[in-house]
Structures are given as structure tokens and as C-alpha cells.
Ligand binder design. Sequence first.
Ligand code: FAD
Length: 442
Amino acid sequence: MKLSGWGRYPVVDCGTATLRGPEDLGGVLARRGTLIARGQGRSYADAALNRDLTLSTLGLGRMQAFDADTGVLTCEAGVGLDDILRTFVPRGWFPPVVPGTKFVTVGGMIAADVHGKNHHRDGTFGAHVEALTLATADGGIRVCSRTQDADLFRATLGGMGLTGVILSASFRMQPIETSFVLAETVAAADLDAAMAVFEASHDWPYSVAWIDCLARGRRLGRSLVLRGAPMRRRALPAALASRPLRLAPEGRIRVPVDAPSLLLNRWSVGLFNGLYHRRGRARAGPRPVHFDPFFFPLDRIDGWNRLYGRRGFVQYQCVLSAGESAAGLAALLGRVSVAGQGSFLAVLKRFGPAGEGLMSFPAEGYTLALDLPLRRGTLALVDALDGITHAHGGRVYFAKDACCRPERMREGYPQHAAFDALRKAWGAPRKFASELSRRLEL
Ligand SMILES: Cc1cc2nc3c(=O)[nH]c(=O)nc-3n(C[C@H](O)[C@H](O)[C@H](O)COP(=O)(O)OP(=O)(O)OC[C@H]3O[C@@H](n4cnc5c(N)ncnc54)[C@H](O)[C@@H]3O)c2cc1C
């Protein structure tokens, strides 16, 4: 089957199978060649692709136990975040960390060790995982935690499926009083101003900025910084107080066809970014926002990736240390602005300290993510951006990366040798591989 990630590039002809339970493992592992687990395929490029065998875990969809005293939920790895939200928000519980889409699986969140708008305070999703069960290359099923096979546990958080197939996990949910966030938008005239807002917003549990990446010169890095905090029940306005833990109405707008690539050009994107910025400024001041549009604004548009046309797009995401961020981000944004390949979405976020996953992406500093529609010259531009990131001592996010060079990966991820050694010790290289791991020579 021809498969791709969310960016629809690259497209790879893959052998496929679906795992419905541990009983299927024997047959799957006995097949010749390597395999990679796949959740909802929301990683952008080739992390969840293997031409030999791409193994869907969506058959592992059961929630298994919930302890209302500790908030620990145990579920199979193919359970969707959307399912967890639908089930637990009305009961007053929220996942500890959520990425920018709810259409991901628990296995995908652990394997990419995803970060959310609260990374500066709460770390990655993996920081809240108590234990996981992993099918390893020898056909065994291991329960890993910080006290049991701890090395394997640390390698699996952010290990992009390369240590084995995660079958289930236990993680701590957070109690909530309402399903609303008190949110405010702060307009920042340029990059320095945006970073100053982040530095002053540490006490806000959630923060993120949308950058107009076509703004140039003095306005380079012009942004809207969105920050928020979970709302207490007593703070809800009367109109919302009767159903404090409501879910957002279902219903999504569908993108029916691939948009012609002409639709996204320097002028249309510039217009969009300009309008977005003005709209954000007009909305200044704190207001209650439902968690769904606050955390997952793009999920309302079903298949928004088709807006980038048939050829797809690349999302470039990197992190730079706090000391390198001002210069590095200016260089990256300057390069994108000159290329005129601007994106609807350029996102900036202040990360807190790195977590425990050997290959986890987040590290103390700033992360920048931008979408680039795939055209002639786009991959060369991404390589140039990579060069800037590398020169500033940063690294790219494997869940997004489409073309990083192996030597840059090795410098960006200093624990890659420990990761490789651990994989070898568990026999993983002969069974678990992806197009990403081949490309990066992991
Ligand atoms: C709109 C959008 C917004 C996003 N925002 C963020 C964000 O804010 N923060 C962030 O960190 N990420 C973000 N992402 C990326 C996304 O959260 C990750 O790529 C996540 O891994 C996707 O989960 P999935 O179930 O779709 O996994 P897939 O894309 O199917 O797989 C991703 C990786 O996980 C591995 N994997 C999946 N299931 C298993 C399993 N059971 N066992 C072992 N390995 C497994 C795969 O092999 C692959 O390496 C975003 C993606 C989109 C499309």
C-alpha cells in the first residue's frame, strides 16, 4: 500500500498488517525483514513508514484501567487521544500533555515523546508515563518503567518505534474543574519582543506563539503569543457554568480535494498572516476558550494537509538552546523570508529542560516549526535551514523531519551512540527499522 505521513511526502510503497493483540505478535515478528509500528500517521514524513512492513497498531484500542485516586490510566497503545478526551474530560480529567492535534495514539505520543504548550512547566508526555509494555525483537513482552528495564524505558520514550512495539502504557492524568482555558493573546512586534513575552510568561501553564514568517526587516519575528491557564469552576462566566466540563460540538469542515499548489503563494500567505495578526491584536485581553480550539485549532479542518496540494509539504521543526536562540531564530526566519516560501503556520515555543528519553527532541531553549509546501527548491531550503540549526548547535524533531543528514543528526543527538548500543543489546536493529532510521543511519 502506498503510505505517507501527514505531510504526504515521501510516499512509500509499504507492506502492511494490523496488530489486534499480543497474540498476533508471533506471526508478525516471524516475517522476514524489518517492521515499524504506526499509530494514526500524524508524524509528518517517514517515521512511521517501512517498505518491508508498516504495522498498524489501531487494533490495540482498549482502555484497560483507571485509578480515580491517583489519576493513572492504563490503556493499549492504539487508543486515540481524541477517545481519551471524550471519555475523561466530562469526568474531570485531562491528559498531562497534548500535542497540537488530538488525532494521535498513545503509542505515537510515547514514541515521539511529544511536547505540548506546557512543556516549559510539565515536560514531555513521557515524563508522565509510569510504565509501558513493549514487544521486543526476541518475541518477548517486557514491562518497562523507571525501576524495571529502565534503560529500555528511557530509549523507548522518543525512540520513534525503534526499540520495539509499545503495546500498552500507564500514565498520570490531571484533574480539571472545567474544560475551559483562560486565554490571552499578546502581540509582539518582532522576535525580541516575542521572546521577552515568553520569558515573562513562565508562570502561565500554556504558551505558544504564531509567527508571521513573511515579515521582514524590523518586523522579523512579528508574532502573536497565546498564553493560557486551566479555568477554575468558580471563574467561569454564568453562561458556561451550567456545564463546566462540556465537550466541544462535533463536526469538522472537510477539504474535499487537493488544493492547486498555486493557491499558496507569497501573496496569499502574506495576506493570511497579516489578517491573522490584526485579528489577534483585536482580541487582546483574557477570555475563556474551550480546550478544543485552544489546543487543537487545526483539527476542525478535516484533511487540512490537502491545502498544500498534491505534492505535499514539509514541516521543519528545530530547537535551539536559550543562548543561541536569538541569533539562530533570526537567521532561520531571515532565510525563510528571503526564500518567499512562507507558511500559514510558523510556531514558536519556549521549552523547559530536556527530559529523560535518550532521543527525545525537546531541550531547554526555543523551538520553531514551519510548514513549507513542497516545490522545486524546497528540500534545498530545508537543508539550508538545517545547516543554520546545526551551526547554532540545535537539532530537528524526528516526528517532522524529512531530510536531515546523518552527521547532523549525530551531532544534534549526543546520546545516539547509547541509543544504538541499547538497540543492539536488545536485538532491535534486525527487526525494527523505518524509512527515517535508514535515512539517518540510526
Ligand atoms: C497538526 C499536528 C500538530 C502536531 N503538534 C505537535 C505538537 O505540538 N507536539 C508534538 O510533539 N508533536 C506534534 N505533532 C506530531 C505528532 O504528535 C507526533 O508525530 C505523534 O507521534 C503522532 O502520533 P501517531 O499516533 O499519529 O503516530 P505515527 O505518526 O503513526 O508514528 C509516529 C512515531 O511513533 C511510532 N509509533 C507509533 N505507535 C507506536 C507503537 N505502538 N509502538 C512503538 N512505536 C510507535 C512510529 O513508529 C513513529 O516513529 C503534530 C502533528 C500534527 C499533524
